[in-house]
Write a protein of this length. Structure first.
Length: 293
């Protein structure tokens, strides 16, 4: 496993990708309760069938498990490519991502009482960020004089610069004045006394960012309490894109803001907008007008 971690460090720049691959190999090892080196092609076939049909993993997760096995068995161990790698198919389902209405987003953010959680969630929605992009921000990424936000090493290890609304800029400045960390915008609050003075001191000296699962768990509870169909940090990103297109933003603009490499990835939001449905309905009614009854 330690050797696999080194292979991943050489092969992938993204920390999240390395963690994901390492986790999949660990799950494989735990499933067979032994050294993954000893897993045979037939055992791997049974494992993938199990996670696909019994555990009902999403297609993307199945593909990650398969890709992990390819790196481990073929590249690290130097085994001949198994036929299994060409036989497993896991296509994405044609399902649309969940989106909240603007009223639901407002209610959700109002429900998050602590500012250290509400501020990053609000930024994710207002700028369409991925969770990791948001929490990894530093004070140097906020270009206040130009009302811009610099996103470093986004998906695909790409950088981009996006507009930053004035109200959001003020929120970020006010939040930073509380903890005044020399680098991080969203430092880890840690554990201990939660009086403002003690909290600010711990955040000021934090050596890591806020954990991803802190916001994820918080939104699970908030969704249940508000009886919302779905609410995750990525739901806020989907909602941002949908609401922008409803407001008249072009697909190319939204593509840049989201950091999508391909326009067809952004086009899915056309199917989620209420405005698009209303425009289509108006056109369809025009087609029907005057036809014989």
């Amino acid at each position: 496993m330690a050797q696999f971690a080194r292979v991943l460090a050489l092969r992938y720049d993204s920390v999240r990708t390395r963690h994901s691959y390492y986790r999949h190999l660990r799950l494989l090892s735990e499933h067979f309760a032994g050294d993954p080196v000893l897993v045979t092609e037939e055992q791997l076939r049974d494992y993938l069938l199990h996670v696909k049909t019994v555990r009902r993993w999403q297609p993307r997760t199945v593909r990650q498990a398969l890709a992990t096995a390819q790196v481990f068995f073929c590249q690290q161990l130097g085994l001949a490519r198994w036929r299994l790698f060409d036989q497993v198919k896991a296509k994405d389902h044609d399902t649309l991502p969940p989106v909240l209405t603007r009223q639901q987003v407002k209610a959700l953010l109002q429900h998050i009482r602590l500012r250290r959680y509400r501020t990053p969630l609000k930024l994710i929605y207002c700028c369409g960020l991925r969770l990791s992009e948001c929490l990894n921000l530093t004070i140097h990424d906020v270009i206040g004089s130009e009302h811009k936000l610099r996103i470093r090493a986004g998906k695909g290890n790409k950088d981009r610069t996006i507009p930053l609304p004035a109200a959001m800029l003020k929120d970020l400045r006010d939040y930073w004045k509380f903890h005044r960390h020399p680098l991080l915008l969203f430092p880890n609050a840690g554990r201990g006394d939660h009086t403002p003075q003690a909290l600010a001191k711990r955040m000021h000296t934090a050596t890591s960012t806020m954990p991803h699962n802190s916001l994820q768990r918080l939104l699970v509870l908030a969704r249940q309490e508000l009886n919302l169909p779905d609410a995750t940090p990525h739901t806020l990103r989907h909602s941002f894109a949908t609401h922008l297109i409803e407001g008249g933003a072009s697909l190319h603009t939204v593509q840049h803001l989201l950091g999508h490499a391909y326009l067809n990835t952004t086009e899915i939001y056309l199917h989620l907008t209420h405005q698009s449905e209303q425009q289509a309905l108006k056109l369809m009614e025009g087609l029907c007008a005057g036809l014989p009854r």
